[in-house]
Every structure is written in C-alpha cells, then in structure tokens.
Design a protein around this ligand. Structure first.
Ligand code: GLN
Length: 547
C-alpha cells in the first residue's frame, strides 16, 4: 500500500508547490520507488476546461481525456508517469458528485454535510489506486486559510488519522520574505502559516521555505523551534535559473532524505541523478541560441502556453541550443504588416486557441512562413489557420474560414473548410455532439491514434507510421477539400485510422512546415523531447546557421 505525502502551501500563492511536488516525485523515482502525483484544487469550477487561460494558465489534457490543472503537466514532465482523470479534482467536481449521489438517493435520506459527506468523497478520491505505487503525492491547491480549501484540509487530516501511524507525511511550502531595510529574512509569516495549519489539526513534518537569499542557520533554528520541526526538516528553496534544476537543488538541500526520515525508511538506495545531471548540462552548456516567435492570443500570460514553452525548451536540449521565445500578439498583424514583426525569427509557432479574435493575424503569420520558407509549426488552431490560408490564397476559396467563427458571430460568412465535428470514432465506439451541447468537457478530448503517410516528413520525424497524441478541439479540417488542397502541394500526411479526420498537414517543398490537429507539447519531457519539437528546433537551428 502507498505511503502518502501531502503538500500544502502558506503565506502566498505561486510559491512553486507544483514544482516542489514534481521534483520530490522525481527524486523518489531516482531512488527506485514508484510514484503518482495528484492535485486537489479548491475552486468551484468542475474542471479548468472552461476557465480562461488568462485566469488559470493552460488546460492540461490527459490521455483519458480529462481537462486538468497545468500542474499535472509538471508532474508528467518530471516523472514521465502519464496523468489520469483520477489525478486531478476540484471542489466543484467533489460537490457535484455529492449532489448527484444525493439526487439518486444514495445517502438514504440522511442530512448531507461537509463532514462527513464532502470529506468522505475527497478521501475516496485520494485513495484511488493506492495499491499501485510506493508513494502517492497529493498537492492541495491554494493556501492554508482559504475558505474553499477547508474541506480538503479536514479530509487529509482524517485520512492520515485513519491510516496506520507513519503512513502519511505533511510537507508545507512557505515564503521567507527578505526585508531590504533591515537586511533580514523574516520568519514570522512562516510561523503564522504553520500556526494556521495546526489550528485545523495538521502538523507539518517538513517545511520547504522559498527565499531569494540563502537561509542562515540562525533563521533555520528559529523556524525549527517555533514551528516544531527538526532542523534538517527546514528545507531551503532558492530561486533557480531553470525549473529542471529543481530535483538536483532539492536533493542538495536534503528534501528526499527528510521525507524518507519522516517515514522512518532507512534502507532506501542512494538516488541515481544522472538523468537530471545530463539535462542540466544541456541547459548550462548550450552551444547557441535560436529565436522562435509564438504568434498567439493569450500572450500576456506565459502560463497560458506552459507546455509549449517547455516542449520548445526540451527541443533545445535535444539540439544543445537555447530557445529564446518571443510572444507576439496575433492581433497586431491585423492592422499592420506581418513581415515587419516576423523578420529575424528562425521559426514561427502558432499555438492552439479558441474564438475568432486574432485569427486573421495567425493566417498572415502562416502565409509569411509559407512564402518566406521559415520553419512553421501550427498546433490545433495553428493548423486550422494554415489550411485556411492555403484555401484562400492558393486553392480558389477566397472566403474560406472556420465554422467556429460563424457560430460565434451568429451568421454564415465563410466557406467552412474547418467545420464543427459532430461524430467521430473513439476506440470502438461512436462519439457525437450537438452545437447546443454544454461548453464543459464536450470537445474531442484525450489520446487518439493517427496513421502517417509513408514517405512523409512526419513519418520520418516520428520514425513510425502509427502515433498516438492528445486532442482538445471541437472543429476539424474538412476532408472534402483534401484533393483541392493537395493539388496545391499541401499534403494531408496524417489521418485518423478511419481515414476521415485530417490530423496532420505538411508542405512538400518547404524546409519545415507542419500543422497538427493535436497537442504534441503535452507529451514532451526533458529526458524524452517530443520528436516534432526536437526536429522543429533542429530546423530553426539550421536557419540560424544560415543567417
Ligand atoms: N478552437 C479550435 C477548435 O475547437 C482549436 C482548438 C485548439 O486550438 N485547442 O477546434
């Protein structure tokens, strides 16, 4: 049966709980243990699928089609363990399950209360698959003291109480602010945060303290004394140049040892950190730099395209170059000349997105890349826009567009080269959707296979003709325009196994121009860069050597 590690946060949000959890997971793996990581989010949305990327960053999609918090992306990138639907839950989902059971009469007429009904639902969730791994790491979103978080804290308290002694360990992340005027790191917010935790019955075993300066021994001793932890259990978390340094940095600080000590495990092997050392060597000793433009809509918040930025970094590691990303708001091309903003980049990436705003600019970016022979990777909406560009400018369909925008506008304005997908095959069953369906969870979601054309560029890059990638979209390029578009040289080089859904397009006589309907970025890892990203960065590197 698994041992449980609960990771909570205090003082302020955005301290890097997700990263600390992911790094700890990686360290336990490096010592030969199996792990699974989970995220429990206190917000009331049923899932993050309908939340704006500006609010909450990217939506991470799992193989089994769940729309989850972006922290699951960190977990996968650090451990390589594919996340599942049962690794992410929100208060909204928990309450909706409880209310559904109440309506069904499952509670046999009882009064439904936060304790025990909501807390039981949370505990059941935490325990899913507990016999599959050595360690289950559960991160609680938000900070201690948030009203929405209380049922989760109460649930983990009960959970640990019901398990045999020593089977659950609590790690709490806090901040030690630096006061420039007095030249000190202050421990009081950490003391208060731990006090808050203790008042709801949780005593942290290990404190991970974020601070921008090294923590002197005097402060460590003080934290240990006032927060009732051992000195070795005060772990410093300094700011890092790259997130991929985190496993090495936390190991140096003794986090994994502190966790093993807290469980009373004294026969664990030393960790094999060679994988992380290699990754860091590739980052620190990069042999050049490529400049890649990401032409998108949610460019003000880097978290909105978190996995893409990480996948590009992995592509850089594969080629031993640093990837410098510049975010360009697609809307600026609508009033301006695309060329002026895109000149000087070694490659262009147009990511996924929803809604019409900015799409004319993305179409111009695709046209620029095609005409100027700049490497182009279009992801999801970025593929759809590349197809519309060809339809309009080469294939004689000047009013080509996507049904998505007609639907938003409430009238028909375009020839729907990209149409609303209403029926498709998922494994061995048929999925269907109506335009009036709910917004949440009704897209084509999760892992699907695709068949690649022999001799195509993508088949060469993947090194196989059958792939599986994750999807998240409602609209799809209409196969009925295939012949018309292929005549211009745009090859439909990846199709769904039934041959009905175009999954990949590529330009035959272009150095590197590929559009994919799925999200390859979700499967890239630092120790296994995604082939498309690795080759895209390689193409960019070639351009950089020519100029
Ligand atoms: N909005 C488009 C669709 O639903 C693209 C989605 C995406 O880029 N993830 O098909």
């Amino acid at each position: 049966m698994a041992r449980f590690i609960f990771v909570t946060g205090g003082v302020v949000s955005s301290l890097g709980k997700g990263l600390a959890s992911a790094a700890l997971g990686a360290l336990l793996q490096a010592r030969g243990f199996t792990v699974r990581l989970r995220k429990l989010d206190p917000y009331l949305n049923v899932d993050p699928g309908t939340m704006s990327p500006f609010e909450h960053g990217e939506v991470f999609v799992t193989d089994d089609g769940a729309e989850t918090d972006l922290d699951l992306g960190h977990y996968e990138r650090f451990t390589g363990v594919a996340a599942r639907r049962s690794d992410s839950v929100s208060s909204g989902r928990i309450y909706s399950n409880v209310l559904e059971k109440e309506r069904r009469g499952d509670y046999l007429g009882k009064t439904i209360q936060v304790i025990p009904h909501v807390t039981n639902e949370i505990k059941d969730f935490i325990a899913i698959g507990e016999d599959e791994v050595d360690f289950m790491l559960c991160e609680i979103g938000g900070t201690v003291g948030d009203i929405e978080g209380l049922p989760f804290f109460e649930a983990i308290r009960q959970f640990a109480q019901e398990k045999p002694r020593g089977q659950c360990v609590f790690v709490h992340l806090t901040l030690l602010p630096w006061l420039g005027t007095s030249g000190e790191l202050k421990t009081k917010p950490t003391q208060h945060s731990v006090k808050e935790l203790r008042s709801i019955g949780l005593a942290p075993d290990i404190l991970v303290c974020r601070s921008e300066r090294p923590i002197p021994q005097k402060e460590r001793d003080k934290i240990a004394l006032f927060c009732n932890v051992r000195r070795e259990d005060v772990i410093a978390a300094a700011d890092l140049k790259s997130i991929y340094e985190a496993p090495l940095a936390y190991h140096r600080e003794g986090l994994d040892q502190a966790v093993l000590d807290a469980f009373g495990i004294d026969d664990a092997p030393e960790p094999d950190l060679s994988r992380w050392e290699d990754i860091n060597d590739r980052i620190v000793n990069a042999e050049g730099e490529v400049k890649i433009a990401i032409v998108g809509k949610y460019t003000q918040l880097a978290d909105a395209y978190k996995s893409i930025a990480e996948a590009l970094t992995h592509g850089g590691m594969a080629n031993r170059v640093k990837v410098r990303i510049e975010w360009i708001d697609a809307e600026i091309f609508e009033s301006d000349d695309a060329a002026r903003h895109l000149e000087g980049f070694h490659a262009i990436l147009v990511p996924g997105g929803f809604g019409e705003r900015g799409t004319e600019g993305k179409i111009k970016a695709a046209q620029f890349a095609r005409e100027k022979r700049v490497p182009y990777l279009g992801i999801c909406l970025g593929m759809q826009m590349a197809v519309i560009e060809v339809a309009r400018n080469l294939a004689g369909l000047p009013d080509a567009g996507s049904e998505e925008f007609d639907q938003d506008a409430g009238k028909k304005r375009f020839t729907p080269v990209v149409y609303h997908l209403k029926e498709w095959v998922q494994g061995n069953r048929m999925e269907s959707r109506k335009p009036s369906d709910d917004k949440g969870g009704t897209m084509r979601l999760g892992a699907y296979s695709a068949i690649l054309a022999k001799g195509s560029k993508v088949a060469g890059i993947y090194g196989t003709c059958e792939i599986e990638e994750r999807h998240r979209h409602r609209y799809e390029v209409d196969n009925k325009y295939r012949a018309q578009l292929e005549k211009q040289g745009l090859m439909f080089s990846g199709m769904s196994p039934d041959g009905r859904l175009p999954e990949i397009v590529e330009w035959k006589d272009h150095p590197w121009f590929i559009g994919v309907q799925f999200h390859p970025e979700l499967k890239s890892k630092p120790f296994a860069p995604h082939p498309l990203f690795a080759d895209f960065v390689r193409a960019a590197k070639e351009v950089s050597r020519l100029v």
